[in-house]
Write a protein that binds this ligand. Structure first.
Ligand code: SF4
Length: 282
């Protein structure tokens, strides 16, 4: 349903993004980076990353410290370590060739249901149920007449959207619905005037009833995430820092201690001797 209109709109309006004209490795790197991070922040890091590590084998040879440093300020740097582990497994177990089934993909480090489905569609032009927040919001508005989808996809939602996937060019459908959600059917101020399915949209026909769900505002300032990010950034800029230098970075000692412990647990930093820290070197 609406397939022709949405795919025709996509062919005319899609953004020129580097991961749309690359190999399977380039798609995999982009999928790791784009989790919870907007396209404009990913683009410069992605470009540098692909120049430096154009294959899984190249990344597999890097040290964790190099990988975390190159990840820059994309946030959630555990993703960088998972991608590094993923590159090692692809190199060692698959001779550098990324597997093309959802089962094998999901067995790789850092690859869950969404990323495996996205790889099938975008790296292998295959058929899979790709449901990111942009697609879910678009479908919730067109079919259910609600402003926002539920926080996570239910079994029933997956079943209903599975049957919409066209037999031919399923990957184009995934890319097109994602792009329409990202560029036109945006969370705030959807551009219904240029929407190719405006006449079929239930939410629009009901005159845009507001959702009861109150959007959680994600604050950053003063959070544990900001504290962890501050420590990792300082260690990107310095080979080694003493504990007393790290203590200067944050003014809530209990939060700093917790951040240090969780960063050590996550393998994002390592202790050097009794009171020094660095990014992991091996
Ligand atoms: S008409 Fe508006 S709300 Fe409906 S799908 Fe298009 S952009 Fe979204």
């Amino acid at each position: 349903m609406y397939e022709k209109e949405i795919i025709a709109w996509f062919k005319k309006n899609q953004r020129d993004l580097p991961w749309r004209k690359t190999d399977t490795w380039g798609v995999l790197v982009s999928e790791f980076m784009l989790q919870q991070t907007p396209v404009n922040r990913v683009l410069p890091v992605y470009t540098e990353w692909m120049k430096r590590w154009p294959t899984p084998a190249a990344l597999a040879k890097a040290t964790p410290a190099q990988v975390i440093t190159a990840w820059g300020r994309l946030g959630y740097p555990r993703r960088a370590l998972r991608l590094h582990e993923c590159a090692k497994v692809i190199t060692q177990q698959y001779k550098g060739v990324i597997p093309d089934t959802e089962v094998e993909l999901r067995a790789l480090p850092g690859i869950g249901e969404y990323t495996a489905a996205a790889m099938i569609a975008f790296a292998f032009s295959g058929r899979s149920l790709v449901l990111d927040i942009n697609i879910r919001r678009l479908f919730a508005r067109i079919f259910d007449g609600v402003q926002s989808p539920k926080p996570s996809a239910t079994k029933e939602e997956k079943f209903r959207y599975e049957v919409l996937i066209p037999k031919k060019d399923a990957h184009l459908w995934a890319a097109a619905t994602m792009e329409l959600g990202a560029l036109v059917c945006t969370s705030q101020s959807p551009k219904c005037g240029i929407c190719p399915v405006a006449n079929e949209c239930t939410w629009r026909s009901l005159d845009y009833p507001q959702s009861d769900q109150v959007k959680r505002t994600q604050t950053w300032h003063g959070t544990d995430r900001q504290c962890r990010g501050t420590i990792v950034q300082a260690l990107r800029e310095n080979d080694v820092l003493t504990k007393s230098q790290i203590d200067q970075l944050w003014d809530v000692p209990s939060q700093l201690e917790k951040a240090l412990l969780t960063l050590l647990d996550d393998g994002l930093i390592e202790a050097r001797g009794s009171s020094k820290f660095s990014l992991p070197r091996n």
